[in-house]
Design a protein around this ligand. Sequence first.
Ligand code: TZP
Ligand code: MG
Length: 211
Amino acid sequence: MIRGYYFITDSGLSISGNLSDVKQALNANISVVQYRNKSASSRDFYEEALAIREICEKAVFLINDRIDIALAVNADGVHLGHSDLPYHIARQLLGKNKIIGLTVHSLDDALAAHEMGADYIGVSPIFPTPTKTDAGEPFGIEGLRKIREKVAIPIVAIGGINLSNALRIINAGADAICAISAVVTKPDVCAEVEKFQALFPKKPIKSTQRF
Ligand code: TZP
Ligand code: MG
């Protein structure tokens, strides 16, 4: 299920390395891990994805961009953006049981993703972020709230999130939040993730979950 802290790897920002970060985040009982790597060769991508796959026994394991590698390591699904293969092709390749999450940059995008059958949306970015300078115009809290009003599938909020603004984002209706730099640049990744996890109500306020 997509809820709580949603972990995404970032080897450029990490101080402990992706595998160590994922292990620590899993110790904070996260429910989803996304392996994202924008610079690795296909072989390195595959090998690191496989290593992370092996430790994600309880968490949903998703791969960013690479449908081929998601299939190769039997990931639970993929996360795709506007420059990746279109949703319907990804669905054909992955079958109906794999999870497909789509990045959305507008309310229209979000409605289209819902209509297409996406399993969740990544609303991106909520705030400006130096981690992804081409992320587009930030939604802000009100933009996120408008999407929440119209879209019932799980929402992952991403971009510029830290411990000071995370609660407002959860209260605006995000089912999950991802904060990359706020976590992987810290020596104790588990402790940082736990702080985000603690912001979520024990039970979801609204049941939007499909898995
Ligand atoms: N996609 C949209 S914003 C972003 C990604 C991968 C980066 C988020 O990083 P940070 O450090 O949490 O702002
Ligand atoms: Mg992508």
